[in-house]
Design a protein around this ligand. Structure first.
Ligand SMILES: Cc1cc2nc3c(=O)[nH]c(=O)nc-3n(C[C@H](O)[C@H](O)[C@H](O)COP(=O)(O)O)c2cc1C
Length: 190
């Protein structure tokens, strides 16, 4: 198998990272790979917001609020622990990149195609990281959709949709996942 095939097939979502910093040139490579994703009509509908320490701190009040709401809804008996876990999820990953896709409210098909293109860009980003030994988790939790996140990142929610946060870092562990076999997902016609 070629290196590319191996990268495609071995990638797994990584949930736990080591504290090792991700080098800027690896981030640059990943963003370059993202920028080379296909997009119909050359709309380049994607934007990447690399979230440093300060912007993450700014989101902590929103994360706390969301964690408290979830905790209460689930009748949790340890609110403080739930909040700390939620805060850790935004503070600990070595890299967090918010990925936004252009909205086109007056053209549903264009918006759908642009979303598809942005997902290709996101996956290119993730695969480039993986090729460099860096794991990623694509997340679409409530924080990625909250208006206060758009405000903190100065993203106009009428023009852009945050399609997720990509959290990346050197893997502390790589999970095993069962996928459907090729036979199960393909249909050949003569
Ligand atoms: C659109 C999308 C949204 C996702 N959102 C989350 C998420 O919010 N939290 C999470 O832990 N994983 C999320 N994931 C990762 C999936 O859970 C993961 O891809 C799945 O478990 C399969 O594992 P694999 O990526 O290792 O193949 C998301 C994946 C996709 C494609």
């Amino acid at each position: 198998m070629s290196k590319v095939q191996d990268v495609l097939n071995s990638r797994r979502t990584v949930y736990k990272f080591t504290e090792q910093e991700v080098e800027q040139d690896k981030i640059d490579q990943a963003l370059l790979a993202a920028s080379n994703a296909p997009c119909h009509k050359h709309t380049h509908p994607w934007k990447f917001f690399i979230m440093g320490k300060q912007i993450r701190q700014e989101l902590i009040p929103t994360i706390t609020k969301l964690a408290q709401q979830k905790s209460q809804k689930n009748n949790s008996n340890d609110l403080a622990r739930d909040v700390q876990r939620a805060v850790n999820k935004i503070v600990l990953p070595p890299v967090i990149i918010a990925v936004a896709s252009k909205k086109t409210p007056d053209d549903e098909f264009r918006e759908k195609e642009d979303y598809a293109a942005s997902v290709c860009a996101l996956q290119n980003l993730v695969l480039s990281f993986w090729d460099n030994g860096i794991g990623s988790q694509w997340t679409t939790g409530a924080i990625t959709r909250h208006q206060e996140t758009y405000s903190a990142l100065t993203i106009d929610s009428t023009k852009w949709e945050i399609i997720g946060f990509v959290k990346s870092g050197y893997p502390a562990a790589v999970p095993k996942v069962n996928k459907l076999s090729v036979d199960e997902i393909s249909v050949y016609f003569d």
